[in-house]
Design a protein around this ligand. Structure first.
Ligand code: SER
Length: 325
C-alpha cells in the first residue's frame, strides 16, 4: 500500500498537535503536513504550512504542491466560544469544511476525516447511552455546524464517491495542549490547577455528567477508524464515540485520591445550559462492532497519567513554555 500524504488543518489545536505527532510516527514525518493559521512548534518537527482554511486558493496550492491524498480537518470554534459570535462561528466551521470537501472532490482525495461531536445532540435525545441514530437537535452554533458538516459529508460521499470518515468526539482530556472554548474544558483545566496546588472553581454544577475520553484513546480511535477497510464500515460518517463519563465531583474525588489537598468549588455559568443539553453517556456499540473499539483508560488511570505528565511539564523542565491556564 502506498503511504498517504496527509494534511492536517488546525494542527496547532488540542487534537491536531498530538495527532500530527502520532501520524508522523506512523507514516514518517515527511508524509504529514501540519497546517494552521499561525505558526506552531510542530513546524520544527516536520513539514508545516501556514493556512487559513477559509482561503480556498491557498488550500488548493498546498494540496497540489504536496500531492496530498488525505486530510484531517480539525479547524473549528467550539461550543462555548461559538456562542459569543454565532455568525463568525458558522462561517469558520462551515466554510472551511466546504473548502475541504471541494478540494476532496476536485483532487479526488483518497480519504478525509471530519471531527464531529456530542454537540450534535440536544435536549430531546435520550440522556443515557444516547443512540447512534437519534434525531439530532443541537442547541449551539457549534452543534449546528457539526450536524450540517455530517450531512454535507454524506452528500459528498453519495454524489462524488468521497471516502469521508468521522467520529462524534466526547470531551477530550489531554496534557499536551490546552483545550480552548469548549464546555468540557473544565475536565482539562482542573488538572492544571490541581498539579499547581491551586483551588479550582468549576463552571459546571457538581453533578453534571458528560461523556469524556482521554486523548490517547481518542487518537487510537481516529487512527483505527481511518485504517479500517471501507467494506468493514457500516457507516463512514459520524460514529458515536464514548469511553468515560463522570461528573465534576467524581473527577475531583479521583484527583483527591492522588493529591489529597486539592479543593474544588462550583460556580456554574452560561456553559451549564450547554452541558445540560448534551448526553450523559454515549452508545458507541457501532464503533465496537465495526472495528472493535474499546477505550484503554478509565477515570483513575487517566488521572494518574494526567497528573504525572503535568508534574513533569510544570516542575521538571521549567525552561519549556508553560500553558496559560
Ligand atoms: N469538547 C467540545 C466542546 O465542549 C465538544 O465536542 O465544545
Amino acid at each position: 500500500m502506498q503511504k498517504p500524504v496527509v494534511l492536517i488543518t488546525g494542527a496547532a489545536g488540542q487534537i491536531g498537535s498530538v495527532l500530527a505527532e502520532k501520524l508522523r510516527e506512523k507514516w514518517g514525518k515527511e508524509q504529514v503536513i501540519a497546517s494552521d493559521i499561525k505558526y506552531s512548534p510542530l513546524a520544527k518537527k516536520g513539514p508545516f504550512e501556514i493556512l487559513d482554511a477559509l482561503d480556498q486558493n491557498r488550500l488548493e496550492e498546498i494540496v497540489q504542491k504536496n500531492k496530498v491524498t488525505r486530510i484531517y480537518h480539525l479547524v473549528a470554534i467550539l461550543s462555548a466560544s461559538g456562542e459569543k459570535n454565532p455568525v463568525r462561528t458558522w462561517d469558520i466551521n462551515m466554510r472551511s469544511w466546504m473548502n475541504i470537501l471541494e478540494v476532496g472532490r476536485k483532487y479526488n482525495l483518497e480519504r478525509i476525516f471530519f471531527p464531529s461531536s456530542i454537540a450534535v445532540f440536544g435536549p430531546l435525545n435520550e440522556k443515557i447511552n444516547t443512540p447512534q441514530d437519534s434525531v439530532l437537535n443541537p442547541t449551539t452554533v457549534y452543534g449546528l455546524s457539526k450536524v450540517a458538516g455530517e450531512n454535507w459529508a454524506n452528500y459528498y460521499a453519495e454524489k462524488h464517491g468521497l471516502d469521508i470518515r468521522s467520529l462524534r468526539y466526547p470531551g477530550l482530556i489531554s496534557h499536551q495542549t490546552p483545550a480552548g472554548g469548549g464546555t468540557t474544558d473544565y475536565a482539562v483545566d482542573i488538572f492544571h490547577k490541581a498539579v499547581k496546588g491551586e483551588h479550582f472553581s468549576c463552571f459546571l454544577k457538581k453533578n453534571t455528567r458528560l461523556p469524556m475520553l482521554y486523548m490517547d484513546d481518542a487518537l487510537r480511535a481516529t487512527i483505527e477508524l481511518m485504517d479500517t477497510p471501507v467494506e468493514e464500515l457500516t457507516r463512514g460518517v459520524a460514529y458515536n464515540l464514548g469511553g468515560l463519563d463522570f461528573t465534576p465531583s467524581e473527577i475531583a474525588a479521583a484527583i483527591q485520591n492522588i493529591l489529597p489537598t486539592f479543593s474544588i468549588s462550583y460556580e456554574p455559568d452560561e456553559r451549564q445550559a450547554i452541558a445540560d443539553s448534551w448526553p450523559s453517556s454515549i452508545d458507541d456499540s457501532m464503533a465496537f462492532q465495526d472495528w472493535n473499539w474499546k477505550p484503554n483508560y478509565d477515570l483513575n488511570s487517566m488521572c494518574i497519567e494526567m497528573i504525572d505528565e503535568l508534574k513533569k511539564k510544570y516542575f521538571s523542565n521549567l525552561s519549556t513554555a508553560l500553558p496559560k491556564i
